[in-house]
Every structure is written in C-alpha cells, then in structure tokens.
Design a protein around this ligand. Structure first.
Ligand code: I3S
Length: 128
C-alpha cells in the first residue's frame, strides 16, 4: 500500500517557483515587494517558502521544511489581475481574512496551470 494509505498526510498537488508579492494584510494595503517564492499547494493550503534553491518537490515533506507563510484556500478567491501590475501573467489571490497576494510567472502556460489548479481547490472547498 502507499505510504499515505491512511489518508492522514495531505496530498502534494503542485509545487514550483513563482514571483510573489503581498499587497494587502487584513484588508490594509501594503507596499509591493516582489520576490521569487517556492510555492507548494498541499491539501487546502498554499505554502510559501523563502529560499527556492533549498526546496524541490521531492525534498518537500510536511514538518520538514520552513515555510515563510501559508494561505488557507477555503473561501479564497483568485482573479486575473494584469491591471494591478506592469508585469504580465499576474493573478491575485485573496483570502477570507483579507490578505491579498499577486502571483506571477514569465511563462503563460505555467501561470495558467497554477490559476486553474488553485481555482479547482477553492471550488472544491466551496462545495463541501
Ligand atoms: O503598483 P506599483 O506601486 O506601481 O508597484 C511597483 C512598485 O511597488 C515598485 O516598488 P517601489 O515603488 O517601492 O520602488 C516595484 O519595484 C514594482 O515592481 C511594482 O510594480 P509592478 O508593476 O512590478 O507590479
């Protein structure tokens, strides 16, 4: 049987490098500060890691890593937001608590994959 046959370890759905900036905290606007972030989608959470070089999909394990922050996707929204940046391929993620992030990639196919994957998780949680 698989190591997670008991279903207790959340499934890693996606991981990769994106540019990220937080633009609001609890509804309060923040100054942009873009930086590369290793982003991991696992279970109902999007987890951000500061040091992309030290993280790879195969090295990531729950409890054995140092996330910079994490976002609960329940009740969250994703919206394409190219008007919020001079960069291309940007979407905004807004949490129920009013935290807002912009996520960006130079590669259109890659950002579309992330948008769709996150949207699917949010939609699935909305139906629960
Ligand atoms: O939306 P803004 O405020 O024009 O965003 C730009 C600024 O945050 C800028 O920083 P400073 O104004 O603190 O120097 C950033 O360097 C830019 O990257 C921000 O714009 P983009 O268009 O890259 O999201």
């Amino acid at each position: 049987s698989s190591p997670d046959s008991d279903g207790c370890t959340p499934e890693l759905e996606k991981a990769g490098l994106l540019n990220k900036t937080k633009i609001a905290e609890g509804g309060k606007k923040l100054r942009k500060n873009w930086s590369p972030s290793w982003v991991v989608l696992v279970g109902n959470s999007l987890v951000f890691f500061k040091d992309p070089k030290s993280q790879t999909p195969s090295s990531w394990r729950p409890g054995n890593s140092r996330p910079e922050s994490s976002v609960d996707l329940r009740g969250a929204q994703v919206l394409w937001a190219n008007e919020l940046s001079s960069k291309k391929n940007v979407f905004k993620l807004r949490t129920v608590t009013g935290n807002e992030f912009l996520l960006q990639s130079e590669t259109e196919s890659l950002i579309k994959e992330w948008y769709n994957t996150i949207k699917n998780v949010i939609d699935r949680l909305d139906r629960e």
